[in-house]
Design a protein around this ligand. Structure first.
Ligand code: GDP
Ligand code: MG
Length: 696
């Protein structure tokens, strides 16, 4: 197989200077993101078909696609797990991470975008920019991911390319620049006009393999094509001085210079190129694969990976994307089953082989890679070596989970963890037969391990296991998986809101720990201050002088406060929007002030301070985006009025109305069902967590 990471210098050249670097310019780590049902899975299938990894086209509607590989996904026709798939195109290695569009699974989108270099955003040619495409777009903004758009479903009745582009212009952060226009729309859709070559591309998709044909642009479409091309050239010229020079002097624009400018503009996120087609009928897919190669960045085009030094957290560290650099990378996903855990790892620098020893600086744990895999959806291919920029599967890790950094022990670096949303809903779970309790706990342990937005906790009062997640669908899928994968039939309680707690004012408290344990006295007095902050987390800091108190002890106190913050004083929900600072350790005595004494005193001082700071409950507030037929708007708004919802925006979009509202989660249980009945199944609803507010 044509592998890019083959060590050209041979086995003996490991670590030797002058070793040939693999050609990373031929690597693309990309993802496909979209609103649910825009056609992401279908496009993925067609891309794989096009690049030759699959001989028969899979269909979402028949339930036999490559990337939707968990049984629930096939049944529900949605993509839950991001599967990694590798293929080759024009001598480039394409590493594709499929990401789900459902908001209950944003964790998957977050972690994929965190490790990707570029993305294809799929929009529906009929619906345009939908709510979830906007939320994934914002995540891509946060991780600075270059992207281009594919306007899909051009074959469907109501498809409108210009409207979709206008929608993008209005609602998204990067200006869209069409590189194609469709030849006809809806039933008249016959192909795409390539504005760079100024040729018509048609696709005979019923042939196997499908063939594409180039021909002259029909006369009727020439004026529109000329106009769109001028706009494209003007926008491209803004991205490249060379091109600008030609453009302002009215010189002919060579294809190469134009492509180079478009690539540069995309990578700098100055423009978002737009392609179009119909994934279902395999028209316009090949240009998308070309676009991945031509427009999206290779690992060399993005800045070196940035992290911090694990023991000096204010020191920034960088790793270049080079095989000769010390090895480092990030685990962005794991898949645990009875055979162990497969960790999906993005290598930022250096090389890996089976047997490589690694260090997990976040958990202070040594790890060893037993096996190295290239992942092809649910199939894996064992490989002997992998290099920077690659996405691989690691077997044999013990302590590491999603979001963790792994690096060379002698050259440590800690990458920023992936930010996951807070869980907002919980249910109790109980096995139908009490003999299954241990099996249930083990199954949940495996699932929690792989899903950072899933938590379990034992309710001390009832003795029940409480499972928390991102919404009703998320928790329902866990229940299905318990039954299907673990043969566990469980009883699930009513869903409940997972509240949070916070404080309303600043307070300081002091606590002393003084006890003989064994033949040793442990004594310390610690002062902690707590104050409200705006961000949705618990921040822990220290004002202590590191010269007097060893850094490990300061870190241990901070950690004990973080743990204490996991359950607040009112109803044991986690504390948020709070900053705690260890302000003083009285008369620090290195003999008496042991770690036990310091952490216990810090913990107690923190709890006292929180009690004194006016603790209150917070409830999760959801953002709703609805699209309903005008005739149903009245009923929908009336119903929302009864749920403490606040309407923020309404807009007429053709025969529909778009409504944006916010509403407490506690009022929204079962809302999806009610919404379906109010709109006779013809509306569209997106719910996502938006904020927390004091609970009334
Ligand atoms: P995903 O949720 O974004 O992964 O979307 P899917 O790929 O599962 O597609 C959702 C539905 O749209 C399926 O019924 C597809 O057959 C259909 N679909 C996808 N692409 C096209 C297209 O280009 N044209 C038409 N008419 N339907 C499409
Ligand atoms: Mg899908």
């Amino acid at each position: 197989m044509n592998r890019l990471t083959t060590n050209v210098g041979g086995e003996t050249s490991r670590g030797v200077t002058g070793m040939a670097e693999p050609d990373l310019s031929k690597l693309r780590n990309f993802g496909i993101v979209a609103h649910i049902d825009a056609g992401k899975t279908t496009l993925t299938e067609r891309i794989l078909y096009c690049t030759g990894r699959r001989h028969r086209i899979g269909n979402v509607d028949d339930g036999d696609t490559v990337t939707d590989w968990q049984p629930e996904e096939r049944e529900r026709g949605i993509t839950i797990t991001a599967a990694a798939v590798t293929s080759l195109w024009r001598r480039c290695q394409l590493n594709l991470i499929d990401t789900p569009g459902h908001v209950d699974f944003t964790a998957e989108v977050e972690r994929s975008l965190r490790v990707l270099d570029g993305a294809v955003v799929v929009f529906c040619g009929v619906a345009g920019v939908q709510a979830q495409s906007e939320s994934v777009w914002r995540i891509a903004d946060r991780y600075q991911v270059p992207r281009f758009a594919f306007i899909n479903k051009m074959d469907r009745a109501g498809a409108d390319f210009r409207k979709a582009v206008r929608d993008m212009e209005k609602r998204l952060s990067i200006p869209p620049v069409p590189l194609q226009i469709p030849a006809g729309e809806a039933s008249a859709f016959s192909g795409v006009i390539d504005l760079i070559k100024m040729r018509l591309l048609t696709f005979d998709w019923e042939q196997e393999p499908p063939v594409s044909k180039e021909s002259d642009i029909p006369d009727a479409l020439k004026p529109a094509a000329e106009e769109a091309r001028s706009e494209m050239v003007a926008k491209a010229a803004e991205c490249s001085e060379d091109l600008l020079e030609l453009f302002v002097n009215d010189q002919p624009v060579p294809e190469d210079a134009l492509r180079a400018a478009l690539r540069k503009g995309t990578i700098q996120r100055q423009i978002c190129p737009v392609l179009c087609g119909s994934a279902l009928t395999n028209r316009g897919v090949e240009p998308v694969v070309d676009g991945i190669v031509d427009l999206l960045p290779s690992p060399l085009d993005i800045p070196p990976a940035k992290g911090i030094h694990p023991r000096q957290q204010d020191k920034a560290v960088e790793r270049p994307c080079k095989a000769s650099a010390p090895v480092s990378g990030l685990i962005f996903k794991t898949h645990t089953d009875q055979h162990g855990t497969l960790a999906f790892f993005r290598i930022y620098s250096g090389k890996l082989k089976p047997g490589t020893r690694l260090y997990n600086p976040g958990r202070k744990a040594a790890e060893r890679v037993n096996q190295l895999w290239r992942i092809y959806a649910d199939k894996r291919e064992e490989i002997e070596e992998a290099g920077p920029g690659e996405i691989v599967g690691l077997m044999g890790l013990r302590a590491s989970i999603t979001g963790d950094t792994l690096c060379d022990n002698a050259h440590q670096i800690l990458y920023e963890r992936i930010a996951f949303s807070e869980t907002i809903m919980s249910v109790s779970v109980e096995p139908r037969s009490s003999a299954d309790q241990a099996a249930l706990e083990e199954a949940l342990r495996q699932m929690v391990m792989d899903d950072p937005t899933l938590e379990t906790k034992l309710d001390e009062e009832t003795g029940q296991t409480v499972l928390s997640g991102m919404g009703e669908l998320h928790l329902e899928i866990v229940k299905d998986r318990l039954l299907r994968e673990h043969k566990l039939n469980v009883r699930v309680g009513q869903p409940r809101v997972r509240y949070r707690e916070t404080i309303t004012r600043l307070a300081t408290a002091q606590a002393t720990f003084d006890r003989e344990i064994g033949d040793r006295r442990h004594k310390a007095t610690v002062q902690v201050q707590v104050e409200p902050i705006d961000t949705l987390d618990l921040k822990v800091a220290s004002d202590l002088d590191r010269k007097t108190i060893p850094l490990e002890l300061i870190e241990a106190m901070k950690e004990s406060i973080r743990v204490a913050g996991g359950s607040g004083p009112l109803e044991s929900y986690p504390l948020l929007r709070l900053k705690a600072t260890v302000t003083a350790v009285e008369d620090f005595d290195p003999l008496l002030a042991t770690e036990t004494a310091l952490t216990s005193a810090a913990n107690a001082a923190f709890e006292k301070a929180v009690e004194a700071a006016g603790p209150i409950m917070l409830e999760p507030i959801m953002r709703l985006e609805l699209r309903v037929l005008s005739e149903h708007v009245g009923d929908v708004l009336f119903d929302l009025g009864g749920r403490r919802a606040e309407v923020k925006e309404t807009e007429v979009v053709g025969e529909h109305q778009r409504v944006v509202a916010i509403c407490p989660l506690s009022e929204l249980f079962g809302y999806a069902t009610q919404f379906r009945s109010l709109t006779r199944g013809r509306g569209e609803l997106t719910l996502e967590p938006s904020d927390y507010r004091p609970k009334r």
